[in-house]
Ligand binder design. Structure first.
Ligand SMILES: Nc1ncnc2c1ncn2[C@@H]1O[C@H](COP(=O)(O)OP(=O)(O)OP(=O)(O)O)[C@@H](O)[C@H]1O
Ligand SMILES: [Mg+2]
Length: 269
């Protein structure tokens, strides 16, 4: 028998199949309203994989859009799963780890603590993937992710961020001279789109990284599992690697991390 987990996120909807406790299939859709997103994700999962609908025992739905779906989907028993529980369950499942902080980088960022003892919401920030796109829309010639990444690859942070070396001659405490002192704090007149693209990504992932460090330290762990669509960003991972070098907190990127919430919903409760 099969459970379908659906995560109706603020931007994308993810669906996964769970069979005998194993994560077997995944799909992603984008729709502007929660009902279209959830039914569309379910339909795509069934049709693309040739699944016999009678094999689906239940649907577990989570994410910001879940509360809009009040009834069973196509007469299949449909229950709603708390998103924090779903992220915590999915994060422990995908990482195979216990006693972790999970930083879910979606449209916004949610930080969850998860262990065998329980799952709870540590906190979060409105700084996330949606921030990158929103700033790109006004500051860059493109607000497509591939375009932002291409621009940023040729960017120079020194043109936009005020670095420690700009204001002092020596290293300060454990920080290197090239560390950002103020995001966007320099913004030279000749800063290019590439420089700005890199500075946007750098700022978003520095905020996400530092909040994760504080959460990990508060809960006495050194491991942070990074999930959500924003987890696979190459420049973001580089910014987080720099934070690891300074603070000793390890960032871990499980495979299929953008499906964490949907997987957790499917496995949960
Ligand atoms: N390569 C990328 N790097 C960083 N962010 C990305 C990338 N591609 C897409 N995004 C961002 O990912 C966000 C969507 O991620 P995800 O699907 O995990 O969020 P969501 O579940 O819809 O939102 P939330 O969990 O906040 O409700 C969008 O804001 C988009 O800007
Ligand atoms: Mg999400």
């Amino acid at each position: 028998m099969m459970i379908i987990g659906i995560d109706v996120g603020a931007t994308t909807t993810k669906a996964v199949s769970i069979e005998d406790g194993k994560f077997t299939r995944k799909i992603k859709v984008k729709a502007s309203d929660a009902i279209t997103a959830a039914t569309g994700a379910f339909g795509k999962m069934i049709l693309e994989n040739g699944i016999n609908i009678s094999a689906v025992e239940g649907i577990r739905i989570t994410g910001v859009g879940a509360s809009r779906i009040k009834n069973n989907i196509f007469d299949i028993p449909t229950s709603r799963v708390d998103e924090i529980k779903a992220i915590g369950t999915g994060g422990m499942f995908l990482s195979g780890m216990d006693n972790i902080i999970i930083t879910n980088v979606g449209t916004g960022t949610a930080i969850i603590e998860a262990s065998g003892r329980g799952i709870s919401h540590f906190g979060g920030s409105g700084v996330g993937g949606g921030t990158i796109l929103g700033l790109a829309k006004k500051l860059l010639p493109t607000a497509e992710f591939s375009g932002i990444m291409e621009l940023a690859a040729a960017g120079n942070l020194n043109q936009v961020d005020l670095l420690l070396e700009d204001i002092m001659d020596t290293d300060i405490s454990f920080l290197r001279k090239q560390t950002t002192a103020a995001n966007f704090g320099k913004m030279l007149d000749n800063a290019s789109s590439g420089d700005i693209a890199l500075a946007i990504l750098n700022m978003v992932y520095q905020v996400i990284g530092m909040l994760s460090v504080f959460a990990a330290r508060a809960r006495d762990t050194k491991r942070v599992i990074v999930t959500g669509n924003g987890s696979s960003n190459q420049i973001g991972q580089q910014v987080l690697a720099d934070i690891t070098a300074l603070y000793g907190i390890e960032f871990i990127y499980p495979k299929d991390a953008e499906y964490t919430t949907a997987i957790g919903a499917g496995l949960c409760c």
